[in-house]
Write a protein that binds this ligand. Structure first.
Ligand SMILES: Nc1ncnc2c1ncn2[C@@H]1O[C@H](COP(=O)(O)OP(=O)(O)O)[C@@H](O)[C@H]1O
Ligand SMILES: [Mg+2]
Length: 326
Protein backbone atom coordinates (compact mmCIF):
# COMPACT_ATOMS: atom_id res chain seq x y z
CA UNK A 1 0.00 0.00 0.00
CA UNK A 2 1.17 3.49 -0.75
CA UNK A 3 0.11 6.27 1.56
CA UNK A 4 0.81 10.00 1.37
CA UNK A 5 0.56 12.66 4.04
CA UNK A 6 0.06 16.11 2.52
CA UNK A 7 -1.01 19.49 3.82
CA UNK A 8 0.08 23.00 4.57
CA UNK A 9 3.52 23.57 6.11
CA UNK A 10 3.25 23.33 9.89
CA UNK A 11 -0.04 21.43 9.83
CA UNK A 12 1.58 18.29 11.21
CA UNK A 13 2.33 16.15 8.13
CA UNK A 14 5.68 15.04 9.42
CA UNK A 15 4.41 14.47 12.94
CA UNK A 16 1.46 12.37 11.80
CA UNK A 17 3.49 10.49 9.17
CA UNK A 18 6.04 9.59 11.82
CA UNK A 19 3.36 8.45 14.27
CA UNK A 20 1.70 6.38 11.58
CA UNK A 21 5.05 4.83 10.64
CA UNK A 22 5.65 3.96 14.30
CA UNK A 23 2.17 2.47 14.51
CA UNK A 24 2.75 0.28 11.44
CA UNK A 25 6.18 -0.79 12.63
CA UNK A 26 4.69 -1.81 15.98
CA UNK A 27 2.28 -4.14 14.15
CA UNK A 28 5.30 -5.84 12.58
CA UNK A 29 4.45 -4.72 9.04
CA UNK A 30 7.27 -3.94 6.61
CA UNK A 31 7.50 -0.18 6.05
CA UNK A 32 9.42 2.07 3.70
CA UNK A 33 9.24 5.67 4.94
CA UNK A 34 10.02 8.44 2.46
CA UNK A 35 10.66 12.07 3.29
CA UNK A 36 9.65 14.19 0.30
CA UNK A 37 8.67 17.26 2.30
CA UNK A 38 10.33 20.61 1.62
CA UNK A 39 11.41 20.71 5.24
CA UNK A 40 13.27 17.43 5.60
CA UNK A 41 12.26 16.45 9.08
CA UNK A 42 11.02 12.89 9.02
CA UNK A 43 14.32 11.42 10.26
CA UNK A 44 14.32 13.50 13.47
CA UNK A 45 10.59 12.80 13.93
CA UNK A 46 11.48 9.10 13.85
CA UNK A 47 14.04 9.70 16.57
CA UNK A 48 17.29 10.28 14.67
CA UNK A 49 19.56 12.92 16.13
CA UNK A 50 20.85 15.73 13.96
CA UNK A 51 24.13 14.02 13.16
CA UNK A 52 22.37 10.81 12.10
CA UNK A 53 19.83 12.71 10.01
CA UNK A 54 22.62 14.63 8.30
CA UNK A 55 24.25 11.41 7.07
CA UNK A 56 21.11 10.09 5.36
CA UNK A 57 21.81 9.66 1.65
CA UNK A 58 19.78 12.00 -0.58
CA UNK A 59 17.76 10.26 -3.30
CA UNK A 60 17.98 13.43 -5.37
CA UNK A 61 21.76 12.99 -5.59
CA UNK A 62 21.47 9.35 -6.60
CA UNK A 63 19.15 9.75 -9.54
CA UNK A 64 21.61 8.31 -12.09
CA UNK A 65 21.98 5.14 -10.02
CA UNK A 66 18.22 4.86 -9.51
CA UNK A 67 17.53 5.35 -13.21
CA UNK A 68 20.24 2.97 -14.28
CA UNK A 69 18.91 0.23 -12.03
CA UNK A 70 15.23 0.70 -12.91
CA UNK A 71 15.90 0.92 -16.63
CA UNK A 72 17.33 -2.59 -16.55
CA UNK A 73 17.30 -3.94 -20.10
CA UNK A 74 14.20 -2.05 -21.24
CA UNK A 75 14.98 -1.45 -24.93
CA UNK A 76 12.61 1.51 -25.15
CA UNK A 77 14.74 3.56 -22.78
CA UNK A 78 17.94 4.10 -24.68
CA UNK A 79 19.91 5.87 -21.95
CA UNK A 80 19.59 7.05 -18.36
CA UNK A 81 19.91 10.62 -19.69
CA UNK A 82 16.64 10.28 -21.57
CA UNK A 83 14.89 8.82 -18.55
CA UNK A 84 12.78 11.49 -16.86
CA UNK A 85 10.86 11.29 -13.60
CA UNK A 86 7.74 10.05 -15.36
CA UNK A 87 9.37 7.49 -17.67
CA UNK A 88 7.18 4.44 -17.09
CA UNK A 89 8.43 0.88 -16.69
CA UNK A 90 8.05 -1.56 -19.57
CA UNK A 91 9.31 -4.96 -20.53
CA UNK A 92 12.88 -5.32 -19.30
CA UNK A 93 12.55 -2.69 -16.55
CA UNK A 94 13.53 -3.64 -13.04
CA UNK A 95 10.79 -3.35 -10.44
CA UNK A 96 11.04 -2.72 -6.72
CA UNK A 97 9.39 -4.59 -3.86
CA UNK A 98 8.90 -3.38 -0.33
CA UNK A 99 10.60 -6.30 1.42
CA UNK A 100 13.52 -7.12 -0.86
CA UNK A 101 17.09 -5.87 -0.83
CA UNK A 102 18.12 -4.06 -3.99
CA UNK A 103 20.76 -1.53 -5.11
CA UNK A 104 18.28 1.37 -4.76
CA UNK A 105 17.71 0.62 -1.08
CA UNK A 106 21.44 -0.04 -0.61
CA UNK A 107 22.20 3.41 -1.96
CA UNK A 108 19.26 5.41 -0.65
CA UNK A 109 17.63 3.72 2.33
CA UNK A 110 18.79 3.48 5.93
CA UNK A 111 17.30 1.31 8.67
CA UNK A 112 15.68 3.14 11.56
CA UNK A 113 14.88 1.18 14.70
CA UNK A 114 11.57 1.98 16.29
CA UNK A 115 9.77 0.37 19.21
CA UNK A 116 8.70 -2.98 17.85
CA UNK A 117 10.36 -2.95 14.45
CA UNK A 118 12.82 -1.53 11.98
CA UNK A 119 11.72 0.56 9.01
CA UNK A 120 13.59 1.70 5.92
CA UNK A 121 13.93 5.46 5.65
CA UNK A 122 14.59 7.26 2.38
CA UNK A 123 14.90 11.02 1.95
CA UNK A 124 14.83 13.21 -1.15
CA UNK A 125 17.45 15.51 0.37
CA UNK A 126 17.18 19.22 1.03
CA UNK A 127 15.34 21.37 -1.46
CA UNK A 128 16.91 24.48 -2.96
CA UNK A 129 15.23 27.39 -4.76
CA UNK A 130 15.90 25.62 -8.04
CA UNK A 131 13.80 22.66 -6.90
CA UNK A 132 10.70 24.72 -6.37
CA UNK A 133 8.53 25.72 -9.27
CA UNK A 134 9.65 24.88 -12.74
CA UNK A 135 12.87 22.87 -12.39
CA UNK A 136 11.46 19.66 -13.81
CA UNK A 137 14.43 17.70 -15.00
CA UNK A 138 16.36 17.38 -11.76
CA UNK A 139 13.32 17.48 -9.53
CA UNK A 140 14.01 15.97 -6.12
CA UNK A 141 10.62 14.36 -5.86
CA UNK A 142 11.25 12.87 -9.30
CA UNK A 143 13.39 10.19 -7.66
CA UNK A 144 10.44 9.26 -5.47
CA UNK A 145 8.01 9.26 -8.36
CA UNK A 146 10.28 6.96 -10.38
CA UNK A 147 10.49 4.54 -7.47
CA UNK A 148 6.73 4.56 -6.91
CA UNK A 149 6.13 3.93 -10.61
CA UNK A 150 8.42 0.92 -10.50
CA UNK A 151 7.12 -0.49 -7.23
CA UNK A 152 4.96 -3.57 -6.89
CA UNK A 153 3.53 -3.50 -3.39
CA UNK A 154 1.11 -5.82 -1.67
CA UNK A 155 -1.69 -5.22 0.84
CA UNK A 156 0.21 -5.91 4.06
CA UNK A 157 3.28 -3.81 3.38
CA UNK A 158 3.48 -0.05 3.45
CA UNK A 159 5.19 2.86 1.78
CA UNK A 160 4.50 6.09 3.63
CA UNK A 161 5.45 9.40 2.00
CA UNK A 162 5.64 12.69 3.86
CA UNK A 163 4.99 15.13 1.06
CA UNK A 164 4.45 18.78 0.29
CA UNK A 165 1.08 19.62 -1.24
CA UNK A 166 2.59 21.78 -3.93
CA UNK A 167 2.65 22.42 -7.63
CA UNK A 168 5.46 19.91 -8.13
CA UNK A 169 3.31 16.96 -7.14
CA UNK A 170 0.50 18.16 -9.41
CA UNK A 171 2.62 18.91 -12.50
CA UNK A 172 4.03 15.42 -12.31
CA UNK A 173 1.78 12.53 -11.47
CA UNK A 174 2.95 12.21 -7.87
CA UNK A 175 -0.42 12.98 -6.34
CA UNK A 176 -2.02 10.03 -8.18
CA UNK A 177 0.49 7.44 -6.94
CA UNK A 178 -1.17 6.57 -3.64
CA UNK A 179 -3.87 4.19 -2.49
CA UNK A 180 -4.91 6.86 -0.03
CA UNK A 181 -3.85 10.43 0.63
CA UNK A 182 -4.19 11.84 4.11
CA UNK A 183 -4.56 15.58 4.02
CA UNK A 184 -3.54 16.97 7.38
CA UNK A 185 -5.50 20.09 8.20
CA UNK A 186 -5.68 22.31 11.23
CA UNK A 187 -9.15 23.68 11.91
CA UNK A 188 -8.38 26.97 10.18
CA UNK A 189 -9.38 28.56 6.88
CA UNK A 190 -5.86 28.09 5.53
CA UNK A 191 -5.78 24.43 6.47
CA UNK A 192 -9.07 23.84 4.74
CA UNK A 193 -8.12 25.83 1.64
CA UNK A 194 -5.25 23.43 0.92
CA UNK A 195 -7.79 20.63 1.15
CA UNK A 196 -10.07 22.33 -1.41
CA UNK A 197 -7.22 22.88 -3.84
CA UNK A 198 -6.07 19.28 -3.50
CA UNK A 199 -9.57 17.95 -3.94
CA UNK A 200 -9.94 19.99 -7.11
CA UNK A 201 -6.76 18.56 -8.66
CA UNK A 202 -7.57 15.08 -7.50
CA UNK A 203 -11.15 15.05 -8.76
CA UNK A 204 -10.53 13.69 -12.24
CA UNK A 205 -8.00 11.06 -11.19
CA UNK A 206 -9.85 8.88 -8.72
CA UNK A 207 -7.60 9.93 -5.86
CA UNK A 208 -8.84 8.74 -2.47
CA UNK A 209 -8.46 11.77 -0.23
CA UNK A 210 -9.23 11.84 3.49
CA UNK A 211 -8.77 14.68 5.92
CA UNK A 212 -6.99 14.17 9.21
CA UNK A 213 -7.77 17.09 11.51
CA UNK A 214 -4.77 18.01 13.63
CA UNK A 215 -4.36 20.19 16.71
CA UNK A 216 -8.10 19.93 17.16
CA UNK A 217 -9.25 21.25 20.53
CA UNK A 218 -12.85 20.94 21.53
CA UNK A 219 -16.21 20.87 19.84
CA UNK A 220 -15.92 24.11 17.97
CA UNK A 221 -12.80 22.93 16.08
CA UNK A 222 -14.49 19.66 15.26
CA UNK A 223 -17.68 21.35 14.10
CA UNK A 224 -15.64 23.68 11.89
CA UNK A 225 -13.86 20.81 10.15
CA UNK A 226 -17.09 18.83 9.75
CA UNK A 227 -18.79 21.82 8.18
CA UNK A 228 -15.89 22.53 5.83
CA UNK A 229 -14.88 19.07 4.64
CA UNK A 230 -17.94 16.94 5.37
CA UNK A 231 -17.55 13.19 4.97
CA UNK A 232 -13.94 13.54 3.90
CA UNK A 233 -13.06 14.07 7.56
CA UNK A 234 -11.69 10.71 8.69
CA UNK A 235 -10.38 11.39 12.16
CA UNK A 236 -9.01 14.16 14.34
CA UNK A 237 -5.95 14.37 16.56
CA UNK A 238 -5.57 16.75 19.48
CA UNK A 239 -2.50 18.25 21.05
CA UNK A 240 -0.16 15.44 22.07
CA UNK A 241 2.10 15.68 25.11
CA UNK A 242 3.87 12.60 23.77
CA UNK A 243 4.83 14.54 20.63
CA UNK A 244 5.91 17.48 22.76
CA UNK A 245 8.16 15.25 24.87
CA UNK A 246 9.76 13.87 21.71
CA UNK A 247 10.42 17.42 20.56
CA UNK A 248 12.13 18.11 23.85
CA UNK A 249 14.52 15.27 23.05
CA UNK A 250 12.93 12.92 25.57
CA UNK A 251 11.14 10.39 23.40
CA UNK A 252 8.77 8.22 25.45
CA UNK A 253 8.12 4.63 24.41
CA UNK A 254 5.52 4.44 21.66
CA UNK A 255 3.06 2.47 23.82
CA UNK A 256 2.82 5.57 25.98
CA UNK A 257 1.28 7.66 23.19
CA UNK A 258 -2.18 8.87 24.27
CA UNK A 259 -4.92 6.23 23.78
CA UNK A 260 -7.03 8.51 21.63
CA UNK A 261 -4.07 8.99 19.30
CA UNK A 262 -3.37 5.25 19.15
CA UNK A 263 -7.01 4.82 18.13
CA UNK A 264 -6.70 7.55 15.51
CA UNK A 265 -3.68 5.77 14.01
CA UNK A 266 -5.63 2.51 13.86
CA UNK A 267 -8.38 4.35 12.00
CA UNK A 268 -5.83 5.58 9.48
CA UNK A 269 -4.58 2.05 8.98
CA UNK A 270 -8.06 0.59 8.49
CA UNK A 271 -8.90 3.32 6.02
CA UNK A 272 -5.68 2.62 4.12
CA UNK A 273 -6.20 -1.15 4.20
CA UNK A 274 -9.76 -0.77 2.92
CA UNK A 275 -8.57 1.08 -0.18
CA UNK A 276 -6.55 -1.90 -1.31
CA UNK A 277 -9.74 -3.42 -2.65
CA UNK A 278 -9.96 -0.44 -5.01
CA UNK A 279 -6.43 -1.07 -6.29
CA UNK A 280 -6.52 -0.95 -10.07
CA UNK A 281 -3.12 -1.63 -11.64
CA UNK A 282 -4.39 -0.82 -15.10
CA UNK A 283 -5.54 2.62 -14.08
CA UNK A 284 -2.29 3.11 -12.16
CA UNK A 285 -0.27 2.30 -15.28
CA UNK A 286 -2.52 4.36 -17.53
CA UNK A 287 -2.11 7.39 -15.31
CA UNK A 288 1.66 7.16 -15.27
CA UNK A 289 1.63 7.05 -19.07
CA UNK A 290 -0.74 10.02 -19.14
CA UNK A 291 1.59 12.15 -17.02
CA UNK A 292 4.63 10.96 -18.90
CA UNK A 293 3.20 12.04 -22.24
CA UNK A 294 2.20 15.36 -20.71
CA UNK A 295 5.68 15.95 -19.31
CA UNK A 296 7.31 14.76 -22.54
CA UNK A 297 5.39 17.33 -24.49
CA UNK A 298 5.70 20.25 -22.13
CA UNK A 299 9.46 19.99 -21.46
CA UNK A 300 10.85 16.44 -21.62
CA UNK A 301 11.29 16.04 -25.38
CA UNK A 302 12.97 19.38 -25.68
CA UNK A 303 15.19 18.85 -22.66
CA UNK A 304 16.41 15.39 -23.69
CA UNK A 305 16.31 15.81 -27.48
CA UNK A 306 14.43 12.52 -27.75
CA UNK A 307 10.86 11.48 -28.50
CA UNK A 308 9.89 10.34 -25.03
CA UNK A 309 6.52 9.00 -26.12
CA UNK A 310 8.50 6.11 -27.62
CA UNK A 311 9.43 5.03 -24.08
CA UNK A 312 5.90 3.84 -23.45
CA UNK A 313 5.47 0.08 -23.70
CA UNK A 314 1.83 -0.15 -24.82
CA UNK A 315 1.21 -3.67 -23.61
CA UNK A 316 2.82 -3.30 -20.19
CA UNK A 317 0.69 -3.27 -17.03
CA UNK A 318 2.43 -2.99 -13.68
CA UNK A 319 1.35 -5.51 -11.06
CA UNK A 320 2.05 -8.79 -9.29
CA UNK A 321 1.87 -10.73 -12.54
CA UNK A 322 4.86 -8.95 -14.08
CA UNK A 323 6.94 -9.70 -11.03
CA UNK A 324 5.91 -13.34 -11.17
CA UNK A 325 7.01 -13.72 -14.80
CA UNK A 326 10.27 -11.86 -14.23
N1 LIG B 1 -0.83 16.70 17.49
C1 LIG B 1 0.25 17.44 17.86
N2 LIG B 1 0.55 17.61 19.16
C2 LIG B 1 1.61 18.36 19.54
N3 LIG B 1 2.43 18.98 18.68
C3 LIG B 1 2.16 18.84 17.36
C4 LIG B 1 1.07 18.06 16.88
N4 LIG B 1 1.08 18.08 15.52
C5 LIG B 1 2.13 18.84 15.17
N5 LIG B 1 2.78 19.31 16.25
C6 LIG B 1 3.95 20.22 16.26
O1 LIG B 1 3.72 21.25 15.31
C7 LIG B 1 4.92 21.55 14.61
C8 LIG B 1 4.71 21.38 13.11
O2 LIG B 1 4.47 20.02 12.84
P1 LIG B 1 5.13 19.26 11.59
O3 LIG B 1 4.72 17.84 11.71
O4 LIG B 1 6.58 19.54 11.52
O5 LIG B 1 4.37 19.98 10.38
P2 LIG B 1 4.59 19.85 8.79
O6 LIG B 1 5.40 18.63 8.52
O7 LIG B 1 3.21 19.78 8.23
O8 LIG B 1 5.30 21.11 8.38
C9 LIG B 1 5.98 20.65 15.18
O9 LIG B 1 6.71 21.35 16.15
C10 LIG B 1 5.19 19.51 15.80
O10 LIG B 1 5.85 18.90 16.84
MG1 LIG C 1 7.23 18.49 7.59
Amino acid sequence: MKIAFVGKGGSGKTTLSSLFIRHLAATGAPVVAIDADINQHLGPALGLDEAEAATLPAMGERLPLIKDYLRGSNPRIVSTETMIKTTPPGEGSRLLRVREDNPVYDACARPVELDGGTVRLMVTGPFTDADLGVACYHSKTGAVELCLNHLVDGPDEYVVVDMTAGSDSFASGMFTRFDITFLVAEPTRKGVSVYRQYKEYARDFGVTLKVVGNKVQGDDDLAFLRAEVGDDLLVTVGHSDWVRALEKGRPPRFELLEDANHRALSRLQSAADATYELRDWERYTRQMVHFHLKNAQSWGNERTGADLAAQVDPSFVLGESVVATA
